[in-house]
Design a protein around this ligand. Structure first.
Ligand SMILES: Nc1ncnc2c1ncn2[C@@H]1O[C@H](COP(=O)(O)OP(=O)(O)O)[C@@H](O)[C@H]1O
Ligand SMILES: CC(C)(COP(=O)(O)O)[C@@H](O)C(=O)NCCC(=O)O
Length: 317
């Protein structure tokens, strides 16, 4: 097979921004500028135009997919003669550090909540399943935060399995970016939502093959739909450093912040630290463990330099 043919060897169908925008098909805009202000992450310039162009078609697609899947779950219950409660629809959102996963997750949550068949949409981030710093330090993994080995994967899988089984009040630990660690005793509870959004770097990763022959599921085995947010490596690098600079003037000023010392040093010194964190940790993780998961996503949203989504790739079912 020649190289040109290989380039087209993909299960996805591609849309330009304009082509995708047309698929909104009359879906009403249910968010105002003030809502967006609340949902936007630091340094993410998402606009109402982006919501109308990209996120309304996506929320329409997801609403159709969820309705179809709910019918499928109903069929399974009929087959089994089961009286079990509803099965939550789980959406995974993956991509690099600083690519804007949290804004996407929050905007989607707000839009999906407004559809009549999915009034309860919950959101969890996988950072809650990072090992606490004390464990990472002991295992010499502090420079590997966000790498597969820094997560308690069995705990994340057990959490997703309980949610998929329709169990009530399933809880997960919580991570604080401010203190840069798991907060002891703090937990988030997920109680039989219609949709659960799971956002994090590692959501599409394949487990390492176990040596003892035991089968380990993928996190994505629990997903009904997965989204990968993509952008050029150099752009994400710029966004990471710009956000670090913004954080230096905001969150890092809090004496509780793990990075408080970086609010005190010069701008040049702080930027050198951001560059180091990016190149030694996040970039290596992006190349080794995150980009390789991209082809597995059902939907790939590709951002341009201005953070705007310029291309959408949707898996052919
Ligand atoms: N050191 C930090 N202090 C406070 N907030 C942070 C820090 N680093 C990241 N954040 C916030 O945490 C959230 C998740 O960031 P990240 O994991 O880089 O994913 P993404 O940028 O793709 O949403 C963002 O809302 C970001 O603004
Ligand atoms: C906490 C994170 C691993 C992201 O976790 P996620 O919610 O994506 O699982 C990441 O934001 C992080 O802190 N990386 C370590 C290097 C750094 O400080 O940027």
């Amino acid at each position: 097979m020649d190289q040109t043919a290989r380039v087209h060897l993909t299960p996805h169908r591609f849309f330009t921004r304009e082509e995708w925008a047309r698929l909104r098909a009359g879906t009403p805009l249910t968010l105002a500028e003030a809502d967006l202000e609340r949902l936007r992450s630091l340094n993410d310039p998402i606009s109402l135009d982006e919501v109308e162009t990209i996120y309304l078609p996506l929320s329409r697609l997801l609403s159709l997919y969820v309705a179809a899947t709910q019918r499928l779950y109903e069929a399974t219950r009929t087959f089994l003669g089961s009286t079990e409660g509803k099965t939550p629809y789980i959406i995974g959102i993956g991509g690099s550090v600083a690519v804007g996963k949290s804004t996407t997750a929050r905007v989607l949550r707000a839009l999906l909540t407004r559809w009549p068949n999915t009034p309860k949409v919950d959101l969890v981030t996988t950072d809650g399943f990072l090992y606490p710093n004390a464990v990472l330090e002991r295992e010499n993994l502090m420079e590997r935060k966000g790498f597969p080995e820094s997560y308690d994967l069995p705990a994340l899988l057990a959490f997703l399995s309980d949610i998929k089984a329709g169990l009530p009040k399933v809880s997960a630990p919580l991570y604080s970016h401010l203190v840069y660690d798991i907060v002891p005793g703090d937990r988030i509870t997920v109680d039989r939502p219609d949709i659960l959004i799971v956002e994090g770097l590692n959501v599409l990763q394949a487990p390492r093959l176990p040596r003892d022959g035991k089968a380990v599921p993928f996190v994505s085995d629990f997903f009904d739909f997965s989204i990968y947010i993509d952008a050029d490596e150099d752009e994400i690098h710029r966004w990471y450093v710009a956000r670090f600079e913004r954080l230096r003037a905001t969150a890092f000023r809090d004496p509780q912040s793990y990075f408080h010392r970086y609010a005190m040093i010069s701008r040049e010194e702080a930027l050198a630290i951001a560059e180091r964190l990016w190149s030694r940790i996040n970039l290596v993780n992006l190349r080794e463990n995150i980009v390789p998961t991209r082809p597995r996503a059902d939907l790939v949203l590709t951002k341009g330099a201005s953070h705007r989504i310029e291309q959408v790739a949707l898996r052919r079912l």
